[in-house]
Write a protein that binds this ligand. Structure first.
Ligand SMILES: [Cu+2]
Length: 161
């Protein structure tokens, strides 16, 4: 399986996207939603070197990885720079912290900003679905370092072992 390489820089300034993108068929009328988060929201004893992944029910649009960020602590905490890659069908985003494994015994928060679009240019449902999956709403809270993407959205906390 081939993965398109993308980079999430601090402050989103270094967003780089590989130029190749296969056009993915989208089912007319189907609403793309968030379908899976790894690590599981609320999970404890997460492997600090384990996968960080978002899965959607359909192909996602170009550059949508900018809506995903990882904070140490809660959403007001510092950003953890990550390197992310989409699956060839663009339904799965896999990320790795840029500076090696996460710290042990530490809380992290995956922050998913509002406004993600699928490959067909339609809004992707992340909030309601995210809340059902154990996420917390994020809105109007003081953020730590600025980053790209809408800062409102939904947050998913987990703790490493
Ligand atoms: Cu964030």
């Amino acid at each position: 399986m081939r993965w398109l390489r993308v980079t999430l820089g601090v402050a989103g300034a270094m967003l780089g996207i590989a130029a190749c993108s296969d056009s993915s068929p989208t089912t007319p009328g189907a609403v793309t939603t968030l379908s899976e988060i790894t690590p599981r929201p609320g999970a404890t004893a997460v492997d600090p070197a384990g996968p960080i992944m978002l899965r959607f029910t359909g192909a996602m649009g170009d550059g949508m990885e900018r809506y995903m960020s990882l904070h140490r602590g809660y959403v007001a905490g510092p950003l953890v720079p990550m390197s992310c890659a989409w699956s060839t069908d663009r339904s799965t985003l896999r990320c790795k912290p840029g500076s090696g494994p996460l710290q042990s015994g530490t809380r992290y928060t995956i922050h998913l900003g509002s406004g993600m679009m699928d490959a067909g240019g339609h809004m992707v449902e992340t909030e309601q679905r995210g809340m059902q999956m154990g996420g917390q709403p994020v809105s109007g809270q003081p953020m730590g370092p600025m980053h790209s993407g809408d800062q409102a959205g939904v947050a998913f906390a987990f703790e490493t072992r």
